[in-house]
Structure formats: structure tokens, C-alpha cells
Design a protein around this ligand. Structure first.
Ligand code: IPD
Ligand code: CA
Ligand code: CA
Ligand code: CA
Length: 272
């Protein structure tokens, strides 16, 4: 599959910001860290990576807008797509010296009626430490470099390795997570909490994880990953089974069989 100009632009920006993150990763003790919430940290590295992505993408597509995790929304031409960006997904891992974090970039089109935002048309998730680029384009599949990605073919819960995100201080509803875990945990082969939602989704697309659930995520955590899972033949929905382009508030992902089994368990868990 020939890589499009759009993916090239996104990958170039991600690699440039990723090189910065790799340098900063070795200097974690020198990064100024502040808090956006009780356990929601932001460091100089998050801001520097975001700045690099902003500069690169603005130069490549001067009239597109931005939704940036740290700087917020920057309007562009409303008839053009916008970039949805998490400059460092997995900040807690990064700050603890755990080499599991990524840059997530999505290109999202405006809705045809001009009211809000529609489909995500391109996605790049770049993991600086492993130098892996996951990418997808609407209708053109999901890829890890030049290898086509497919969600896993496991159909039984007792064979499935499921990723999740657990609410931390000041974010999300821990009771909801505990109820869902009580239903899913004992029925599956394993649960993982790795701490970077974009990679959780990319790894579902790559068939490494068989499924994933988390709530209270933000568009920049999920926009690129949702497209990857869908383009790899998987399903992403909220707890009610509804799918929207981004699904940030509640994310349930997997292949068709496991998505539907997990969905039933989530519905059951939240009824009780
Ligand atoms: C966080 C990670 C984590 C998820 C959190 C996110 P950040 O993003 O994706 O896996 O559980 O809810 O906020 O803050 O490291 O970009
Ligand atoms: Ca954050
Ligand atoms: Ca994030
Ligand atoms: Ca982040």
C-alpha cells in the first residue's frame, strides 16, 4: 500500500516530536512537572512535543485547525479537517521512566452539515522508544509500517487478553470500573493496564490485545486509535453499543465476537 502524502506529513511530525521525547526521557529528573488535576500531570516534555507537532503540521496544512491536549482548541478554516493530538500519551509512564508512551495524531473532517466534527480520516500513533509507527486511513486499512494489521481472531473469552484503563485520583468513577471488572476479569485469560490508551487501541488493532475497555477518555486519547481498530476489522462502541467517530467517553473495542461478548458483560455489570 503506497503511503499517502497526508500520512507522510503526520509521520514526519510524529518522528520529529518523538526524537525530542526520546531525548527528554533520559532527563526526566530535569523536567518541570505540574498538575492539571490530583493525579493528572503535565511536564515540559508534553509541552515541547506538542509545540513541535503544532509547528510541523501548521506548516504542512496552514488552514487546518487543532484540538491539542495541552493548548486546547485552535480554530482553522471550518470547511477543512482539524488535527486531534495527544503529544505524549502515557505521561505517568514517561515520568516514572517506563518506556511505554506514544504520540497520537488524528485528522478529523468537519461534518457535511457544518455542525461539529465527523469522521476521522487518518491516524498515526508513534511509539518513540520502539520506533513503531501505527497508521490508518479511512477505507485503506490499518498498518504497522508496511504490514497490514488485523484484529485478533480469538472468539472465546477464556482465551482473550483484555486491556483496560483504571480511573485514578480525581478522574472517572472507580465503582463503575470495579463492577465491569468483576464481570469481565474472572472470565478472561488476562487483564492488562499499560497506561497509554492510544497504544491500547493500536495493540487491539495489531491483535496483541483481544479487547479493551476504558471510560472518561478524551478525544486526543482515542481519535487515532479508534480508526486503527475499525480499519483493522474491529469494532469500537460505547457501553450502549453506539459508535461515533471518536467514542472517548466510553470505549469498548475488540473483534466482532469479543466486542459483542464484552458488551453483554458491561451491560450486565451496570444493571446490577
Ligand atoms: C492517559 C493515558 C492512560 C489513561 C488516562 C489518560 P495522558 O493519557 O492514556 O492510559 O488511562 O485516562 O489520561 O494523560 O498520559 O496523555
Ligand atoms: Ca495528560
Ligand atoms: Ca492521553
Ligand atoms: Ca497526553
Amino acid at each position: 500500500m503506497a503511503v499517502s502524502g497526508l500520512i507522510r506529513v503526520m509521520e514526519r511530525a510524529a518522528r520529529k516530536a518523538g526524537a525530542r521525547l526520546r531525548r527528554d526521557f533520559g532527563e526526566v529528573e530535569h523536567l518541570q512537572v505540574s498538575r492539571k488535576g490530583p493525579a493528572d500531570f503535565v511536564s515540559k516534555a508534553d509541552r515541547a512535543a506538542e509545540r513541535t507537532l503544532y509547528d510541523e503540521l501548521l506548516q504542512a496544512r496552514p488552514d487546518w485547525g487543532f484540538l491539542l491536549e495541552e493548548a486546547g482548541e485552535i480554530e482553522g478554516d471550518p470547511t477543512k479537517p482539524r488535527w486531534v493530538i495527544d503529544p505524549l500519551d502515557g505521561t505517568s509512564n514517561f515520568l516514572h521512566g517506563i518506556p511505554h508512551f506514544a504520540i497520537s495524531i488524528a485528522a478529523q473532517e468537519p461534518r457535511l452539515d457544518g455542525k461539529g466534527w465527523g469522521d476521522v480520516v487518518a491516524a498515526v500513533i508513534y511509539q518513540p522508544i520502539t520506533d513503531e509507527t501505527y497508521w490508518a486511513e479511512k477505507t485503506r486499512g490499518a498498518w504497522l509500517h508496511d504490514a497490514r494489521l488485523r484484529v485478533s481472531s480469538r472468539r472465546h473469552l477464556d482465551e482473550a487478553l483484555i486491556a483496560t484503563g483504571i480511573p485514578f485520583a480525581g478522574a472517572g468513577d472507580p465503582n463503575e470500573w470495579v463492577k465491569i471488572y468483576a464481570e469481565i476479569g474472572p472470565k478472561v485469560a488476562g487483564i492488562r493496564r499499560f497506561g497509554a490508551a492510544s497504544l491500547d487501541l493500536a495493540w487491539v488493532a495489531a491483535g496483541r490485545f483481544d479487547g479493551f475497555w476504558e471510560s472518561n477518555l478524551q478525544p486526543w486519547d482515542t481519535a487515532a486509535g479508534c480508526l486503527l481498530v475499525r480499519e483493522a476489522g474491529g469494532f469500537v462502541s460505547d457501553w450502549r453499543g453506539r459508535s461515533d467517530p471518536i467514542c472517548a467517553a466510553q470505549v469498548l473495542a475488540g473483534n466482532d465476537a469479543l466486542h459483542s461478548r464484552l458488551h453483554k458483560l458491561v451491560v450486565g455489570a451496570l444493571k446490577s
